[in-house]
Write a protein that binds this ligand. Structure first.
Ligand SMILES: [Zn+2]
Length: 152
């Protein structure tokens, strides 16, 4: 996004909010060059992104739900709000990108996208989220992942 004050394209997202019909995303941004704050409105695809649950049931992608999941996992972890906001925005972008053709992604893919972001930021938040989201079948893989993280 280009800063309307100085023209720089480097910015960070302070806050993302979906409108009530879910097709416009309002983002508060801060320019990394001059520090000005501005708001962008991005129209998402006309067709909402659907999340397919393991049962096969389709549910409309819900930004608030994504936010809640990430906030719960990162609670009291002293992670800067800007980092959390970026994680939320980036996960949403990744989900939109993954579903760009069919407008449907599986709930397990969405979970993996969130885990990927958490893993890069905070190991505890990652484990918290994984312990809620992963089912028993994934347990073996999960334990392997944690062991690999220990080695780093
Ligand atoms: Zn600027």
């Amino acid at each position: 996004m280009r800063c309307p004050y100085c023209g720089s394209t480097e910015d960070r997202v302070l806050e993302s909010r979906q409108n009530t019909t879910g097709n416009v995303i309002r983002r508060r941004r801060e320019c990394a060059a001059c520090g000005s704050r501005f708001t962008s409105y991005e129209k998402t695809e006309e067709k909402p992104l659907m999340i397919q649950k393991k049962s096969g049931e389709l549910q409309e992608f819900n930004l608030e739900k994504l936010k809640k999941g990430i906030l719960t996992a990162t609670r009291k972890r002293r992670i800067p709000q800007s980092v959390i906001d970026n994680m939320i925005a980036e996960t949403e972008d990744a989900a939109e990108y993954a579903g760009r053709k069919t407008r449907v992604i599986s709930s397990s893919l969405l979970g993996d996208l969130i885990l990927e972001k958490l893993k890069a930021v905070d190991a505890v938040a990652y484990i918290r989220y994984a312990s809620v989201y992963k089912n028993f079948d994934d347990l073996k893989r999960f334990i392997t992942e944690i062991k690999q993280m220990d080695k780093k």
